[in-house]
Design a protein around this ligand. Structure first.
Ligand SMILES: Cc1ncc(C[n+]2csc(CCOP(=O)(O)OP(=O)(O)O)c2C)c(N)n1
Length: 330
C-alpha cells in the first residue's frame, strides 16, 4: 500500500502564508535558543531546523478539537497549536509561569499543554506512540469525532512501542495519523543501521494500513498528504502512516557535535534542503509574497523571539518549596 504523494491539494494563499509565518517563528525561536545556549543563559536546544515544513503541514491538517501527541523535536507543531513565543521562552528559562511544565523540564523535552490539546511529550523514545493510539481509542469510544496526530522520528520506529501502538490502532481502525519525521538519524546512528527497508512507510503494509512517503521539505505536498490522512481518519477508515523524508540541519541537540559522524559535504547538502528556503521560493514563484516581504516576516519573528527571551528572563523563578508539586500523584 506504499504510495508517493506529490499531488497539491488546493489551499488558499492565506493558508500557505500562515504556514510560512509559523515556520519562521519556529526558526526564530530555534536560532535564538542556540544564541542563548552559547551565551550560557539557556541550558539546551533540541533543534527542529529542517523539520518545520512537515511539522506545520501535519499540525495545520488537524483541528482545535483534535489531539497532538508530538515528539520532543516538535516546536513548530506546538506553535501551530497556539503556543506563543513568550510561553516558549518561559519554558527555556524554566520560569514559574512556564505553561508547559512549570519550569520543571528541559525546554521542549517533556511537557504538556492541556488547553492546546497537546498530550504529554516524553524523552523516552516512542513511548508516546501507544498513548496516541489510546487517546484515539477513547475518542472512538466516546464518538467525539476527534483525530489524533502522533509524530516521531525514524529511530522511534525501531522500538517495540511503535509496533504495539500502530498495530493496535490498525486493528481497531482508530482515528490516528502517524507521522514519522525521517531525518535519517537517531542521534549518530544512520537509518541504514536502523532498518533494512528503504522506507519507513513500507512498514505500514505489515499492519494492513496505508503507508505514504512524502518529501517533508515540500510543504504543499506534505499538507496534502496530511489532510488526506486526517480526512480518512475522520471518516472512520483508520490510521495512516506518513513518512516525511527530511534533513536534520543541526546537531541532534546542543549537547551533540554532528561533525563527529557526518561529513561537511553532507551538512552542506542538508542546509540546501531547508524547507523554509524551499517554501519561500515556492510562494515567491506564485506571486503570493515578495522576496523582501518574506525576509521581513523572518526579521519580525527574529525580533519577537529576542524580545520574548529578554522578557522571559526577567520573569519570576519557580518557588523552591513547590519543586515537587505536580510531579507525583498523591
Ligand atoms: C527508550 C530510549 N532510548 C534511547 C534514548 C536516547 N535517545 C534520545 S533521542 C534518541 C534518538 C531518536 O531518534 P529519532 O527517533 O530518529 O528522532 P530524532 O531525535 O532524530 O528526531 C535517542 C536514541 C531515549 N531517550 N529513550
Amino acid at each position: 500500500m506504499m504510495a508517493t504523494t506529490t499531488r497539491v491539494e488546493a489551499a488558499t494563499s492565506e493558508e500557505y502564508l500562515q504556514l510560512h509565518r509559523w515556520m519562521c517563528m519556529a526558526k526564530a525561536l530555534d536560532d535564538r535558543m542556540h544564541i542563548l545556549v552559547k551565551q550560557g543563559r539557556a541550558p539546551f536546544v533540541g533543534s527542529s531546523r529542517g523539520h518545520e515544513g512537515i511539522q506545520v503541514a501535519s499540525t495545520a491538517a488537524i483541528g482545535a478539537d483534535d489531539w497532538l501527541v508530538p515528539h520532543y523535536r516538535g516546536l513548530a507543531n506546538a506553535i501551530v497549536r497556539g503556543l506563543t513565543m513568550k510561553e516558549w521562552m518561559l519554558a527555556v528559562f524554566a520560569k514559574a509561569g512556564d505553561p508547559l511544565s512549570g519550569g520543571r523540564n528541559i525546554p521542549g523535552g517533556c511537557y504538556s499543554y492541556r488547553a492546546l490539546k497537546i498530550a504529554p511529550v516524553s524523552q523516552v523514545v516512542s513511548s508516546w506512540i501507544p498513548k496516541a493510539s489510546g487517546i484515539a481509542y477513547a475518542a472512538k469510544l466516546r464518538g467525539d469525532g476527534a483525530v489524533v496526530l502522533c509524530t516521531f522520528g525514524d529511530g522511534a520506529t525501531s522500538q517495540g512501542e511503535f509496533h504495539e501502538g500502530v498495530n493496535f490502532a490498525a486493528i481497531h481502525r482508530l482515528p490516528v495519523v502517524f507521522v514519522c519525521e525521517n531525518n535519517s538519524y537517531a542521534i549518530s546512528v544512520p537509518i541504514r543501521l536502523q532498518m533494512a527497508n528503504p522506507n519507513v512507510a513500507d512498514r505500514a503494509a505489515g499492519y494492513g494500513i496505508p503507508g505514504v512517503t512524502v518529501d517533508g521539505t515540500d510543504v504543499p505536498a506534505s499538507f496534502a498528504a496530511c489532510r488526506e490522512a486526517v480526512a480518512r481518519a475522520r471518516r472512520g477508515e483508520g490510521p495512516t502512516l506518513i513518512e516525511a523524508k527530511i534533513w536534520r540541519i543541526n546537531s541532534h541537540t546542543s549537547e551533540d557535535n554532528q561533525l563527529k559522524y557526518r561529513g561537511q559535504d553532507e551538512l552542506d547538502e542538508a542546509a540546501r534542503h531547508d524547507p523554509i528556503t524551499r517554501f519561500t521560493a515556492w510562494l515567491i514563484e506564485r506571486g503570493w509574497i515578495k522576496e523582501e516581504d518574506a525576509r521581513g516576516v523572518q526579521a519580525a519573528c527574529d525580533r519577537e523571539a529576542s524580545e520574548a527571551a529578554d522578557w522571559a528572563e526577567q520573569e519570576p523563578d519557580p518557588i523552591a518549596e513547590q519543586a515537587l508539586t505536580n510531579l507525583f500523584g498523591g
